[in-house]
Design a protein around this ligand. Structure first.
Ligand SMILES: NC(=O)c1ccc[n+]([C@@H]2O[C@H](COP(=O)([O-])OP(=O)(O)OC[C@H]3O[C@@H](n4cnc5c(N)ncnc54)[C@H](OP(=O)(O)O)[C@@H]3O)[C@@H](O)[C@H]2O)c1
Length: 357
C-alpha cells in the first residue's frame, strides 16, 4: 500500500443529525514537499473518534462546545489523529523512518513542523517508542484513547478494590481499556454495550463480571440493579443519554461519576441534554460528577503509557482493533462507528510502513 499521490478526505457539508457518507468528499492531489524546518509524514493508521462528529458541527454551534479549538470549515481536511512515518525531512530533530502520533488529519501525506500546532490542527506530537507496542496501539491503549481511559478512571472515579465500576460503550476503544484497568485494580466491573457479541466479548474474553446489551434490554435500570446488587460506586460515562438516566438512581453514597463522552447526545444541539436531571440524586448520595478531557493530564501520560505497555507485555491486558483498509473507506467506517459497528479501537489502515518514501 504505497501511493504516489496524496489523498485527502474533506468536509463536504455540515451533517444534519448523524453524519452520512455524502457529508465527506475525497480529493486527490500531489504529495507536498517539506520546506525548511518541516518533514513529510506518511499516514500508517488513522484513528476514527466520536469527537470528530463535534468538529463537523456548523461553526456557531461548535463554538458552544469549545471556544478555543480550530473550527472545521467546508472543504477542509477532516480533523483526526494518525500514526505516521517520517519519509522526508528538513527538520533537525526528525529523521526518515521516525514514527510519530499527531492530529495530522484524514490524509495520506501531511507536512509537520514537529510542534504540530501551525500546519495542522494538532495539539501536540508524540514520538512513538516501538519497543512499547506496535504503531497502531499508539492510537489505542498507548495513545489518547488509553490515556482517556486511564486518567478518567484513576483521577476522576478513583476506584478502590472491591468497589463496583460501571462503564458504558464498554466494548469500544475507551470502554475496553477502562474495564480492564478496573479489573486490574480489583473492582467488580459491569459493562454496558450495544450488542450480544460485544457483551459476550467483554465478559468472556476481558473478564468483566457482567455485561448488559442496552439495545435489547427493555428496563435498563432494573437490569443494572440486578448486575450491581451492591449499588454503583463509580460510573465511567461514555454516552450520557438514557444509559446515564438508568445509572443515576443506583449510585451509592460518595459515588464518583466521570463524564467522559456524551455520544448519545451528539446529535442534539450542544448543551441541550434530554432526560433526568441529576441534582437530587447527587445531593442525596453526596455523589460527585466531574467532566473530563484527556489533555488535562498530559504531563502524566508517559508514565501511564509505560504502565499499560507493561500490562500488555504481561498478558494482563488485551487490545482489540477494528481495522478497515484504505483512506477512501474512512467516511463509511466513521458513520458505522457511530451506529456501533466497531468492537475495539476503530482504525483505518492508510498505508504500510516502509522506512522510505
Ligand atoms: N473526554 C475526552 O477527553 C474523551 C476522549 C476520547 C473519547 N471520549 C468519548 O468517549 C466515548 C467513547 O469514545 P471511543 O473513541 O472509545 O469510541 P467507541 O466507544 O470505540 O465507539 C463509539 C461507540 O459508541 C456507541 N454508541 C453510539 N451511539 C450510542 C448511543 N446513542 N448510546 C450509547 N452508545 C452509543 C457504539 O457502541 P454500542 O454498540 O455500545 O452502542 C459505538 O461503537 C465517546 O463519547 C467519546 O466522545 C472522550
Amino acid at each position: 500500500m504505497l501511493h504516489n499521490r496524496n489523498l485527502q478526505v474533506v468536509l463536504a457539508r455540515y451533517p444534519e443529525g448523524q453524519p452520512r457518507e455524502d457529508d465527506f468528499r475525497l480529493v486527490e492531489g500531489p504529495i507536498p514537499s517539506p520546506g525548511p524546518g518541516q518533514f513529510l509524514v506518511r499516514t500508517l493508521y488513522l484513528s476514527l473518534d466520536p469527537w470528530i462528529w463535534l468538529r463537523m458541527k456548523p461553526v456557531a454551534e461548535y463554538r458552544r462546545w469549545s471556544p478555543r479549538n480550530k473550527v472545521l470549515g467546508l472543504g477542509e481536511v477532516m480533523h483526526g489523529a494518525v500514526v505516521g512515518e517520517v519519509v522526508e525531512s528538513r527538520h533537525p530533530d526528525f529523521k526518515v523512518g521516525d514514527l510519530i502520533e499527531s492530529k495530522l488529519g484524514w490524509q495520506r501525506y501531511a507536512l509537520s513542523d514537529g510542534a504540530g500546532d501551525r500546519l495542522n490542527n494538532a495539539d501536540g506530537l508524540t514520538r512513538i517508542a516501538p519497543d512499547l507496542g506496535p504503531a497502531s496501539a499508539w492510537l489505542g491503549p498507548l495513545g489518547r484513547t488509553g490515556m482517556t481511559a486511564y486518567f478518567g478512571l484513576m483521577k476522576v472515579c478513583q476506584p478502590k478494590p472491591g468497589e463496583t465500576v460501571v462503564v458504558s460503550s464498554a466494548a469500544g476503544a475507551t470502554g475496553m481499556v477502562v474495564g480492564q484497568i478496573a479489573k486490574i485494580k480489583g473492582c467488580r466491573v459491569v459493562g454496558i454495550a450495544g450488542s450480544d457479541a460485544k457483551v459476550d466479548w467483554i465478559v468472556r474474553d476481558l473478564g468483566f463480571d457482567a455485561g448488559i446489551n442496552y439495545r435489547t434490554t427493555s428496563d435498563l435500570e432494573a437490569a443494572l440493579g440486578r448486575a450491581c446488587p451492591g449499588g454503583i460506586d463509580c460510573y465511567y460515562d461514555c454516552t450520557g443519554g438514557p444509559i446515564a438516566d438508568a445509572v443515576l438512581p443506583l449510585l451509592n453514597d460518595r459515588a464518583r461519576w466521570a463524564v467522559v463522552g456524551v455520544i448519545a447526545e451528539y446529535d442534539r444541539p450542544i448543551g441541550d441534554s434530554l432526560g433526568r436531571r441529576p441534582y437530587t440524586m447527587l445531593l442525596a448520595r453526596r455523589a460527585r460528577m466531574e467532566g473530563f478531557v484527556v489533555h488535562d493530564w498530559a504531563r502524566e501520560h508517559p508514565a501511564a503509557i509505560r504502565e499499560i505497555a507493561q500490562w500488555m507485555r504481561e498478558g494482563r491486558f488485551k487490545n482489540r482493533e477494528y481495522i478497515t483498509d484504505g483512506l477512501e473507506n474512512a467516511p463509511r467506517a466513521f458513520v458505522g462507528m457511530l451506529q456501533g459497528d466497531n468492537i475495539g479501537k476503530n482504525l483505518i489502515r492508510v498505508s504500510s510502513q516502509s522506512g522510505a518514501a
